[in-house]
Design a protein around this ligand. Structure first.
Ligand code: SF4
Length: 365
């Protein structure tokens, strides 16, 4: 299949891995940011193909994993209201809140619906004027344009029964937090290609200049990732720290301007709490004051919901690359995809779920 098979060629993959092994003088510690990239690495056994030449750790780029517990609890509180229809992406339904999840609230009679696009939620609000429709708007820079478009559309239509529960996070502030930590051991990063497709690469160039850590914008297929790893290892071996773009078939230097303009029109940068990690300054988006009537937190006065993370879950250490999922004492025993303790085991992009799913059914190239 065009754009898939050509990036999954086993012969080229083995040659790239051999080159990485040959060029590495030590086990460089590299981090892929995005959970989609984590799953590709695990699914195709790329980390094992590379042997001891690099150590891959996994970053905080899973939108479900980093949505704060308080936000999940707020969504649950909304879904329990008899006047509210809560609309969400499907993988949020099983993410555990403090006491339950949206799936159970739905089973108990809560009006929880799954959609693939936020504009479907706008249509739902139009077709059900007697219901208050709240869309659970989570994600990184990738989902923000569609959420912005939904609000702008609802505003244009004059809808009074539509709002967003916003939990948007931004990747560069998280990388900055990680690189500023005294515990950091990551020496090079694979930046998420889809995020850079939207926002461009300038913020990543600033990070490279500030921390002298190489960053390669990478795609999501096995050869994309092996090529990005090869580029990082070459930089590290040659003592270079540069921003390079492996994902040239999608990422333009300036990103997608119309998408950026839609986001800037609807949202402004704000502080944001990340699940497991805690608050990171200027790491999120919130609706602008002009769109306050579409902000579910203000409409339903949800600000004072607070929650504690389960003590046993070390997702913060996993999401910051300090530990691997298998270092968690609950991994595969008290925490499984069927009975998750933390979000990284629930999400289709979570690092813990990737380890659980693919370590037992390893597909080698
Ligand atoms: S295995 Fe489960 S409990 Fe452990 S870090 Fe991952 S999600 Fe948390």
């Amino acid at each position: 299949m065009k754009y898939l098979d050509e990036y999954r060629d086993a012969k080229i993959a083995r040659a790239l891995a051999a080159e990485v092994r040959r060029r590495s003088s030590r086990a460089w510690v590299l981090m892929e940011i995005c959970g989609g990239q984590t799953h590709t690495l695990m699914r195709y056994g790329i980390d094992e193909l590379l042997g001891d030449s690099v150590q891959i750790v996994h970053g905080p780029g899973c939108q479900v994993c980093v949505t704060s517990l308080e936000t999940i609890d707020r969504a649950i509180a909304l879904a329990r209201r008899p006047d509210v229809t809560l609309v969400s992406y499907g993988d949020m339904l099983r993410v555990p809140g403090s006491e339950t999840d949206l799936f159970h609230v739905k089973a108990e009679g809560g009006d929880v619906r799954v959609v693939y696009s936020p504009t479907d939620a706008v249509q739902l609000a139009r077709s059900q004027p007697d219901r208050k429709v709240v869309f659970f708007a989570i994600g990184f820079e990738t989902t923000a344009p569609a959420h912005a478009m939904a609000v702008l559309q609802a505003h244009r239509l004059g809808l009074r029964n539509f709002s967003l529960l916003v939990s948007h996070v931004l990747v560069p502030p998280a990388i900055r937090t990680l690189l500023s930590s005294p515990k950091n051991r990551v020496q090079g990063f694979i930046a998420p290609g889809h995020v850079c497709t939207v926002v461009g690469v300038s913020e990543y160039e600033e990070l490279v200049r500030e921390f002298r850590a190489p960053i390669v914008v990478g795609g999501f297929e096995p050869l994309d990732l092996l090529e990005a790893i090869r580029m990082l290892v070459m930089q590290l071996e040659e003592g270079r720290a540069e921003l390079e773009n492996q994902y040239t078939r999608s990422v333009q230097r300036g990103g997608n301007r119309p998408a950026q303009e839609a986001v800037a029109r609807a949202f402004e940068v704000s502080d944001r709490k990340w699940r497991g990690i805690g608050p990171i300054p200027a790491s999120g988006l919130r609706l602008r004051e002009e769109f306050a009537a579409f902000d579910a937190e203000r409409v339903f006065e949800l600000q004072d919901v607070c929650a504690e993370e389960p003590k046993e879950c070390i997702s913060a250490e996993v999401l910051l690359g300090h530990k691997k999922p298998t270092d968690c004492t609950a991994f595969g025993t008290r925490c499984t995809p069927e009975k998750p303790l933390g979000a990284p085991m629930v999400s289709t992009e979570g690092a813990c779920a990737a380890y659980y799913q693919y370590r037992r059914h390893l597909v080698t190239l």
